[in-house]
Design a protein around this ligand. Structure first.
Ligand SMILES: *[C@@H]1O[C@H](CO)[C@@H](O)[C@H](O)[C@H]1NC(C)=O
Ligand SMILES: *[C@@H]1O[C@H](CO)[C@@H](O)[C@H](O)[C@H]1NC(C)=O
Ligand SMILES: *[C@@H]1O[C@H](CO)[C@@H](O)[C@H](O)[C@H]1NC(C)=O
Ligand SMILES: *[C@@H]1O[C@H](CO)[C@@H](O)[C@H](O)[C@H]1NC(C)=O
Ligand SMILES: *[C@@H]1O[C@H](CO)[C@@H](O)[C@H](O)[C@H]1NC(C)=O
Ligand SMILES: *[C@@H]1O[C@H](CO)[C@@H](O)[C@H](O)[C@H]1NC(C)=O
Length: 470
C-alpha cells in the first residue's frame, strides 16, 4: 500500500555513525507500554524510548510539548503525543505520513534535509518503476531486501526486479503522493534543488503512466491494449485478476485508470473518482511549482508544465462529465456506463452530498454497531470500517458536536493501546486489524493539528489557535 520504504534506513545512511538495533514496533505496539494518561481512557505512552530508530528532531518534540500544554483532555493529548512522532519514531515508513511535518520544514533544516532525501529516493524508484508502489530499502542503507510472500507467484508486467521492488501494485494515489510531497516541500522551503534530472525522469514516467492508463482497453480494430498487468492469485491477498491481469475493460474518457485502490484492494472499474480528482489537483500544483521556481520558462520544465496544465484540465473535465449522477459522485466508473457508488474512505470525499451517502446506508461499506461505525472496504470486510474514515469525516464538518463525537469514537476505540488501528470492528472493541497503522496515526495527528487552527476552543484550554513552527 502506497509508496513505502524504510526512511529510517535512509536516515541512518544520512546520519553520522551507526545507530543501535531498534525494537520491532509491530511487536511493541501490541501491548500497552508506558504510563497511562490521567483521563478516563488511561491511554499508555507508546513511544519507543529513548528511540534508537527515531528521526524525531527538537522541532517535532516542541510541537508535542506545545500541544500537550494546550489540549484540555489528557487522553487526546496522549493520543497526539503517540501519533504525531509515530512516522519518525518507527522503522517502516509511509510516504504519505510525511504531510504531518510539512509545517515544520521552514524552521527545521534537519527535517527539510530528511524530506528532500525522501523525495530524491522516491524519484529514483518512480523513474525506474512508475507502476510500483512499495520498495525494498535503498541500497545505501545496507539493509537486505526482504521476501514478500504476497508477491510470490504473481506475474506483473512490465517485469520488476525483486531486489528493488517489494510489490508492484499500481495505484494512481502513489504517484499523486510523490507529486504532493514535492510541492509541499517546495511550498515550505522554496528550495527547488530537488528538481534535478532524477526528479524530472520520475515526473516524465508519471506522464507516461497517465498517457498509457487513460487509453481504452481496445483500439479501433479491437486490438487489446495493455501496458501494465498484474495477475494476483497464488501468494497475493487479491484473487486472480481477469482478462490476463488487466481487470474490467474501460473506454477512453480523459480520466486515468488505476489497478488498485489506496486500500490495496483491486478496483472494480478502473476510473477511481477520488484518485482522479487528486491527480487533477496535484498536476495543477505541479505547474504552480514549476512556474514559481522559474523552471517552466524553458527546457524540460516547460514541457512538463504544459503537459501538467493540459492533463489537469482534461482529468477534471472528465470527472465532471462522467462520474456525476443525481449530484452523487460514483466511486468508480469504466467509461462504458457502469458505475460503482461506495467509498473505502482512504481518500477525502469531495462534496457534501456524496459525503452524506458515504456515511449512510447508501454506501454498501458503511456500517454502524454498538462499538464503532464508519466506512470500510473489502480489504478487511464490511463490518470493520477504517478509523481513517472518521478522521476524514472530522475534516468534512464544521459542527462542534459532530467533531467531538467522532473524535471520541476514535479515542474510545484504540483497545487501550493509544494508537490508531487500520480497521475496527463495529461489534467489539477488541477486534481490529493492525494495532498500529502508520498512515492512520499521522492522519490522526494531522487532523488534531487542523482542529488546533480551526477549532482551538473545542480541544484546547483556551481559544487561541496553534500552528506548529510559529
Ligand atoms: C526474488 O525472486 C526469486 C525468484 O523467484 C526468489 O528466489 C527470491 O527469493 C526473491 N527474493 C526476494 C527478496 O523477494
Ligand atoms: C501485459 O503487459 C505487457 C506490457 O507490459 C504486454 O506486452 C502484454 O501483452 C500484457 N499481457 C496481457 C495478457 O495483457
Ligand atoms: C515533451 O516530452 C514528451 C515525453 O516526455 C515528448 O514526447 C515531447 O516530444 C516533448 N515535447 C517537447 C516540446 O519537448
Ligand atoms: C467514549 O467513552 C466514554 C466513556 O469513557 C463515553 O462517555 C462516551 O460517550 C464515549 N464516546 C463515544 C463517542 O463513543
Ligand atoms: C465494545 O466491545 C467490548 C468487547 O467486545 C465490550 O466489552 C464493550 O462493552 C463494548 N463497548 C461499547 C461502548 O459498546
Ligand atoms: C492560551 O494558552 C496558550 C498556551 O498555554 C498561551 O500561550 C496563550 O497566551 C493563551 N491565550 C489566552 C488568550 O489566554
Amino acid at each position: 500500500m502506497k509508496l513505502t520504504f524504510s526512511v529510517v534506513a535512509l536516515a541512518v545512511s544520512l546520519a553520522e555513525g551507526a545507530r543501535a538495533q531498534c525494537p520491532d514496533f509491530t511487536t511493541y505496539s501490541q501491548s500497552p507500554q508506558g504510563n497511562p494518561s490521567s483521563g478516563p481512557l488511561k491511554l499508555p505512552y507508546m513511544r519507543p524510548s529513548p528511540g534508537p530508530s527515531s528521526s524525531s528532531t527538537p522541532s517535532t518534540e516542541k510541537v508535542i510539548v506545545d500541544m500537550k500544554a494546550r489540549l484540555k483532555d489528557p487522553d487526546i493529548a496522549r493520543l497526539f503525543e503517540n501519533t504525531f512522532p509515530n512516522t519518525l519514531d518507527t522503522t517502516v515508513k509511509y510516504f504519505n505520513s510525511f504531510a504531518t511535518y510539512v509545517p515544520l520544514l521552514s524552521v527545521d533544516p534537519s527535517l527539510a534535509t530528511l524530506m528532500k532525501a525522501v523525495i530524491n529516493n522516491e524519484a529514483r524508484y518512480v523513474s525506474q518503476y512508475p507502476y510500483c508502489g512499495s520498495f525494498q530499502p535503498p541500497p545505501e542503507s545496507g539493509l537486505a531486501p526482504s521476501l514478500n510472500s504476497h508477491a510470490v507467484g504473481v506475474t506483473v508486467n512490465p517485469p520488476v526486479n525483486n531486489q528493488t521492488v517489494f510489490e508492484c501494485k499500481y495505484e494512481i494515489d502513489s504517484l499523486c503522493g510523490f507529486l504532493k510531497l514535492s510541492r509541499s516541500y517546495y511550498g515550505a522551503t522554496k528550495d527547488a534543488s530537488f528538481m534535478n534530472d532524477n526528479w524530472y525522469a520520475a515526473v516524465n514516467q508519471i506522464f507516461r503512466v497517465i498517457n498509457e492508463q487513460s487509453q481504452g482497453s481496445f483500439d479501433a480494430n479491437f486490438n487489446f491494449i495493455s501496458y501494465y498487468n498484474w495477475t494476483g492469485g497464488n501468494g497475493a491477498l487479491s484473487p486472480a485478476v481477469d482478462n490476463g491481469g488487466n481487470g474490467e475493460p474501460k473506454a477512453y474518457t480523459g480520466m486515468v485508470g488505476t489497478h488498485h485502490r489506496p486500500s490495496d484492494d483491486l478496483s472494480v472499474f478502473a476510473f477511481l473518482t477520488p484518485a482522479n480528482a487528486m491527480l487533477s489537483v496535484e498536476l495543477s500544483h505541479l505547474n504552480d511549482i514549476l512556474t514559481q521556481s522559474g523552471q517552466a520558462k524553458s527546457g524540460q520544465g516547460k514541457n512538463i508544465s504544459t503537459q501538467a496544465t493540459t492533463w489537469s484540465k482534461r482529468v477534471s473535465d472528465a470527472v465532471w462529465a462522467n462520474t456525476l449522477v443525481d449530484n452523487i459522485f460514483a466511486y468508480e466508473t469504466n467509461g462504458l456506463g457502469s458505475r460503482y457508488v461506495m467509498d473505502d474512505a482512504n481518500t477525502h470525499p469531495a462534496y457534501v452530498a456524496t459525503r452524506k451517502v458515504l456515511l449512510s446506508r447508501g454506501n454498501p461499506y458503511f456500517a454502524q454497531g454498538k462499538n464503532f461505525s464508519g466506512a470500510g472496504g473489502p480489504h478487511v470486510d464490511a463490518w470493520h470500517p477504517w478509523p481513517m474514515s472518521q478522521i476524514s469525516a472530522i475534516y468534512g464538518t464544521d459542527d462542534d458536536e459532530e467533531i467531538l463525537n467522532r473524535l471520541y469514537l476514535i479515542a474510545n476505540n484504540t483497545a487501550g493501546l493509544g494508537l490508531i488501528h487500520e480497521s475496527q470492528s463495529i461489534y467489539s472493541s477488541t477486534d481490529y486489524t493492525r494495532s498500529w497503522f502508520a498512515w492512520a496515526n499521522s492522519y490522526f495527528a494531522e487532523m488534531v493539528l487542523d482542529l488546533a487552527q480551526r477549532k482551538p476552543g473545542l480541544i484546547f484550554r483556551n481559544d487561541t489557535a496553534y500552528t506548529p513552527g510559529q
